[in-house]
Ligand binder design. Structure first.
Ligand SMILES: C[S@@+](CC[C@H](N)C(=O)[O-])C[C@H]1O[C@@H](n2cnc3c(N)ncnc32)[C@H](O)[C@@H]1O
Length: 276
């Protein structure tokens, strides 16, 4: 495994002379451990990426690879894969898992610690994947274009790019606290996850709050709260974005079983190639 680190962490301070100093810790820096505990059971999309890899081939680029939920199974399946992520904590967890793999699998993996808008790699990739709503972390249209432009620059001429995001529903309940489940960790912690969401129709963003309640039977409860903003995108808007960034959309699926996208589909899974 090769790792290139950008140094420093993703947390930062935002302050002007007129505003109080607010610490803005990246959500994934704050909660990589909890992200991993919750996402490790989600495997529904892995077969989809394996099938795409089978037709597109190696090398693969996973943008916003996080803790390696998809990257590791693809490397184990025999593909050369590079993962890019800006969170040092997420990549640390990913690296810990990679170090447990057979050496020959480890050699198929490169990790780049960088923003998807800025990363550079000498490779041209046969397949670029952006799974699990990650693209929605790009909040401004200019950022979406910059990131997609950078991905297109890293695609082989006959390469494919796929992005999976949720299909926005405007009738989602607001103000409800949902219990996403309770898990017992190997260290004996009982962790319950709760979630609530608000929507801002003007900026087309949703603010998501996760509350992780951590306890150990009779010990006092500890709550870890994280907040992040996603910029949701509609179908037409996404199609226009891809076209502006030099991509032809070949397929749009509504789920990982490859059902065609319909207006009521849960997901929008775009598969595109470089415009010819
Ligand atoms: C929902 S997680 C997805 C992780 C992984 N792809 C998966 O499917 O489990 C989103 C990841 O995007 C990363 N991320 C968000 N914005 C980013 C950016 N601009 N550049 C690089 N990584 C980013 C976060 O650090 C986080 O690890």
């Amino acid at each position: 495994m090769k790792t290139s680190k950008k140094g420093g962490s993703s947390s930062g301070k935002s302050a002007t002379s007129a505003e109080p100093e607010i610490e803005t810790l990246d959500v994934y820096e704050a909660s990589a451990k909890y992200y991993d505990i919750w996402s490790e059971d989600f495997k529904e999309d892995i077969e989809f990426y394996k099938q795409l890899a089978e037709s597109a081939g190696s090398p693969i680029l996973e943008c916003m690879c996080g803790t390696g939920r998809i990257l590791i199974p693809l490397a184990k399946a025999g593909y050369d894969i590079t993962g890019v992520d800006r969170s040092a904590s997420m990549l640390d967890r990913c690296t810990e898992k990679i170090e447990l793999l057979d050496e020959e699998v480890q050699e198929r993996i490169d990790i780049i610690h960088a923003d998807v808008m800025e990363f550079k790699s000498p490779s041209k990739f046969k397949l670029v994947i952006v799974p699990f709503n990650s693209f929605l972390h790009l909040l401004e249209t200019a950022d979406q274009e910059k990131a997609l432009g950078n991905m297109v620059d890293h695609m082989a001429d006959d390469g494919l790019l796929t992005i999976s995001i949720f299909n926005p529903r405007l009738d989602r309940p607001v103000g409800l606290l949902r219990h996403d489940g309770t898990k017992l960790t190997a260290q004996g912690e009982i962790i319950s996850k709760f979630e609530t969401q608000t929507f801002d129709m003007a900026s087309q963003t949703t603010t998501v709050h996760y509350f992780y309640d951590v306890s150990r039977q009779d010990r006092q409860l500890r709550r870890v709260t994280t907040t992040f903003v996603l910029r949701y995108i509609f179908y037409r808007e996404a199609m226009d974005l891809f076209r502006r960034c030099g991509l032809d959309v070949l397929e749009v699926y509504g789920d990982y079983a490859l059902s065609p996208f319909k207006k009521e589909s849960e997901l929008m899974i775009f598969v595109a190639r470089k415009a010819r």
